[in-house]
Design a protein around this ligand. Structure first.
Ligand SMILES: C[S@@+](CC[C@H](N)C(=O)[O-])C[C@H]1O[C@@H](n2cnc3c(N)ncnc32)[C@H](O)[C@@H]1O
Length: 150
């Protein structure tokens, strides 16, 4: 997905987040976020987008939509969603290197309790295990992934 013409890009943690820079935030809300929450004026828009988009996607997944995390590695973002109430069966992680999936279980100590579907597959291959998700995915999440091919 490429950013639209009106998009800005901001760092959220160590990630780049795209957002529409023409969205207006009411002055009263902007003041609270700046003066009360202590957010720098230049960061307010990206902060609001981060909160709103995460909540919207989390709720869609809670209602049954399906997310696939491309190049999930340790799958910490899948764990975050499960921790926030998303059923694990609505989440798929795709990872080229099975050792990362295994290390994720070791890190989060959930080998026995968390069974999201991890697919060990190369997303660049025309046919792989990923084929079984054809037509079923509502949200494609790719964090720290596309830059690998830049
Ligand atoms: C930089 S890591 C990002 C991990 C995680 N998404 C995150 O945000 O922390 C990129 C991951 O993509 C995986 N990867 C690279 N090429 C891939 C491919 N063609 N198919 C599936 N996974 C791939 C790598 O093994 C690695 O675990």
């Amino acid at each position: 997905m490429a950013p639209s013409q009106d998009a800005g890009v901001a760092k959220v943690g160590n990630k780049d987040v795209w957002y529409d820079s023409d969205v207006e935030i009411q002055e009263s809300i902007r003041k609270i976020l700046e003066l009360y929450s202590g957010i720098a004026p230049a960061d307010i828009l990206s902060h609001v987008h981060k909160v709103v988009e995460y909540a919207e996607i989390r709720d869609r997944l809670k209602q049954g939509q399906i997310l696939v995390d491309l190049g999930c590695a340790f799958a910490q973002d899948i764990r975050q969603l499960v921790c926030d109430g998303v059923p694990a069966e609505n989440l798929y992680g795709v990872e080229l290197d099975e050792r990362f999936v295994d290390l994720g279980y070791s890190l989060f100590l959930d080998r026995e309790k968390l069974r999201p579907s991890f697919l060990v597959a190369n997303v660049l291959e025309e046919h792989s295990d990923l084929d079984r998700l054809d037509g079923k995915v509502d949200v494609v999440y790719a964090s720290q992934f596309f830059h690998l091919f830049g």
